[in-house]
Design a protein around this ligand. Structure first.
Ligand SMILES: Cc1cc2nc3c(=O)[nH]c(=O)nc-3n(C[C@H](O)[C@H](O)[C@H](O)COP(=O)(O)OP(=O)(O)OC[C@H]3O[C@@H](n4cnc5c(N)ncnc54)[C@H](O)[C@@H]3O)c2cc1C
Length: 369
C-alpha cells in the first residue's frame, strides 16, 4: 500500500522534506497556511554542507546560477580593522560551495523540486493520533488520515504542540535587522563587524545586491524598536569599514526575533518534526537551512530503508540527526557568548586565535552526514 504522507509547512524545511521524500519514492501532500503569493524577503547564506545536501536532493544545479559564491569571511572590529579571516573555500573544500542568494530564489528552486502541488491557504488546525495513524484537521474543517505527518511548520509549530512534543520556542533575546541593499559599496567577501553585544554582517548576494544582517542583544524585556531603520543607524552609525556607505544606501529594514527549540523527542507515533520545528537555533552560524536539507536527505533514506515500520524509521532519523543539530546549537551558543564578551578583551583574543576557533566550529559539519 502507498504510504499516505503529509508535510505541514512549505518553508525551507517543508519543501526540502517533500523533495527528500519524492527522491525516496514517496508522494507526499504538502500544505502551507500562507497564500502562494507570499514570497520571503531578505537573503540567506548557505555554507558548504547546505550545498552538499542539496546535491543529494538533486537541487544543486538549479542553484548554481543564483546569488554570489562566498570564498572568504572577514571578521572586523567595530572600526573596520581586521581581526581575522576564514578561508571558507578551503574549509568546505570537497564538501560544497558557500553561497549567498535571495530567499525567494531559493524558495523557487525548492518548489520546483517538490514535483507536486503545494496546497496554499491551508493550515493544519488539529492533529490526533488514533490507532497508529494521524487524523489531521485543516482550516475549513476538512479531516484526513495519514500514515506519517512531517511537521515542518517552523519554530512556532502547531504540529509540535498538537502531538505533545513540546511547547513554545525559547527566545534567544536577539533582535535582528535585515535588508537587501542596491547601490552600496562593491564587496566580494562575507564581512562581519563585531560591536558590543551587536554585529553588522554584509555579503554580496548576486545582481550587485548586498544582503545585510545586523543584530543586537539588548536587556531582557526590551521591545522591538518602533523604527527599525533609525535603530540600525543608532546602533551602527559609528562603525567603520563598509558600514557608513551601506547605511547611506539602505531603504527598507525588516526586524525579527530569534528563538531556540530544544526537545526531548522529535517524534511520536506517526508524527515527526523537521527543521526549525524540531531544532531552531539563533542563525549565528547560518546552519538553519543546511540542517533542514540534511533532515530531508536522512528522512528519505530512513523511510526507504524501513517503509513498513514508521516508528522505527523515525527513531533512526532522530538518532542520526540529533547529534549534528545539537553540535550546531552548542557552537551557536559558544559563538554568541564569545560575541558578548566586552570588545577590549574579545578583539585581542580573536586577532590571535579567532581563525582557529571559528574554523573549529564548523569542523564536525564538514564530516559526511
Ligand atoms: C533572522 C533570521 C536569519 C536567518 N538566516 C539564515 C541564514 O543566513 N542561513 C541559514 O541557513 N538559516 C538562516 N536562518 C534560519 C532559517 O531561515 C531556518 O532555519 C529555515 O528557514 C528553516 O525554517 P523552517 O522551514 O523549518 O521554518 P519556517 O521558515 O518558519 O517555515 C514554516 C512554514 O510553515 C508554515 N506553517 C506554520 N504553521 C502552519 C500550519 N499550522 N499549517 C500549515 N502551514 C504552517 C509557515 O507559514 C511557514 O511557511 C535565519 C533565521 C532567522 C530568524
Amino acid at each position: 500500500m502507498t504510504m499516505r504522507i503529509l508535510v505541514v509547512g512549505a518553508g525551507i524545511a517543508g519543501l526540502a522534506a517533500a523533495r527528500g521524500l519524492r527522491v525516496a519514492g514517496f508522494r507526499p501532500d504538502v500544505v502551507e497556511e500562507l497564500p502562494a503569493t507570499m514570497l520571503p524577503g531578505a537573503g540567506i547564506y548557505l555554507p558548504g554542507n547546505a550545498t552538499r545536501a542539496l546535491r543529494v536532493l538533486g537541487l544543486d544545479a538549479p542553484l548554481r546560477p543564483l546569488g554570489d559564491l562566498i570564498f572568504r569571511q572577514l571578521f572586523l572590529d567595530a572600526a573596520g580593522g581586521q581581526l581575522f579571516e576564514l578561508d571558507v573555500a578551503a574549509l568546505w573544500a570537497g564538501v560544497g560551495e558557500s553561497r549567498a542568494l535571495a530567499r525567494a530564489d531559493l524558495q523557487q528552486v525548492l518548489l520546483t523540486g517538490v514535483g507536486g502541488e503545494v496546497r496554499y491557504d491551508t493550515a493544519v488546525t488539529d492533529l490526533q493520533i488514533v490507532d497508529g495513524a494521524a487524523k489531521v484537521e485543516f482550516s475549513g474543517g476538512r479531516i484526513a488520515e495519514y500514515d506519517l505527518v512531517v511537521g515542518a511548520d517552523g519554530r512556532r509549530s502547531t504540529v509540535r504542540a498538537k502531538a505533545g512534543l513540546g511547547g513554545a520556542a525559547t527566545p534567544t533575546g536577539q533582535i535582528v535587522y535585515r535588508s537587501v541593499v542596491t547601490g552600496g559599496p562593491q564587496l566580494s567577501d562575507w564581512t562581519a563587524l563585531l560591536g558590543e553585544r551587536s554585529a553588522f554582517t554584509v555579503m554580496p548576494m548576486g545582481s550587485r545586491r548586498l544582503y545585510c544582517y545586523a543584530d543586537e542583544t539588548p536587556e531582557a524585556g526590551t521591545p522591538n524598536p518602533a523604527d527599525p531603520e533609525a535603530r540600525l543607524r543608532e546602533l551602527f552609525g559609528d562603525f567603520g569599514g563598509p558600514v557608513p556607505q551601506i547605511l547611506n544606501a539602505i531603504e527598507k529594514v525588516q526586524v525579527a526575533r530569534t528563538d531556540e527549540v530544544v526537545l526531548e523527542s522529535w517524534s511520536r507515533g506517526p508524527v515527526v518534526l523537521v527543521g526549525d520545528a524540531a531544532h531552531a537555533t539563533a542563525p549565528t552560524l547560518a546552519q538553519g537551512a543546511a540542517m533542514s536539507f540534511e533532515d530531508a536527505v536522512v528522512l528519505g533514506e530512513v523511510l526507504r530503508a524501513t517503509p513498513g515500520d514508521i516508528p522505527a524509521a523515525l527513531a533512526a532519523f532522530e538518532a542520526r540527526r540529533r547529534p549534528r543539530c545539537e553540535q550546531v546549537r552548542t557552537r551557536t551558543r559558544e559563538r554568541d557568548d564569545n560575541r558578548d564578551v566586552p570588545p577590549a578583551e574579545r578583539d585581542s583574543m580573536l586577532r590571535s586565535r579567532g581563525q582557529a576557533i571559528f574554523a573549529d566550529q564548523y569542523r564536525e559539519l564538514v564530516q559526511p552526514l
